[in-house]
Design a protein around this ligand. Sequence first.
Ligand code: COA
Length: 153
Amino acid sequence: MNVLQIFNLRPMTGDDLDAVMAIEEASYTTPWKVQHFRDEMAARFSLPFVADEEGHVVGYVCLMSLFEEAQILNVAVSPDQRGRGIARMMLEEAFRQAREKGAEVMALEVRASNHAAISLYTQLGFKRVGVRNGYYDGCEDAILMEKPIKENP
Ligand SMILES: CC(C)(COP(=O)(O)OP(=O)(O)OC[C@H]1O[C@@H](n2cnc3c(N)ncnc32)[C@H](O)[C@@H]1OP(=O)(O)O)[C@@H](O)C(=O)NCCC(=O)NCCS
């Protein structure tokens, strides 16, 4: 199956927020508040988008692209839709959009215990570039990862 054929990757809108919040709350112990997503939709350098499958939001990415560096601020997939390649597809779209804005590097932070996400990022070519000790709730480290996204660097 080619996932690109059945998913519509499109900008996040206010109508998506109920579905986005349901995924967010099922995905994180300290989920973003809905206002955080509203702020992302309004922010000048932010490009939040969703993966829509036949009218249902199955995942989303909050991407910020500021000059040479872009950042993945949030990525999540509905628990019952995981393992279908949706996150990989969304991140490849994020690389494309960031490149279009002139970014050369994609950066992100991930909890040290989040093996699924670290495996996803590693598979996509991200490398560990640093660590913020005790960044999450004062007790869990954040791993900083980056990937060059410039074409023909
Ligand atoms: C991490 C997350 C976004 C992955 O979404 P997904 O759509 O299931 O991921 P994909 O199907 O695109 O998987 C792509 C690759 O990621 C890795 N991966 C994904 N889930 C994994 C898991 N549970 N265990 C190990 N590796 C995993 C694998 O390398 C996989 O490639 P493969 O299928 O060839 O083995 C999803 O588990 C999620 O929403 N988690 C909660 C939110 C979160 O932790 N976000 C990241 C914050 S930094």
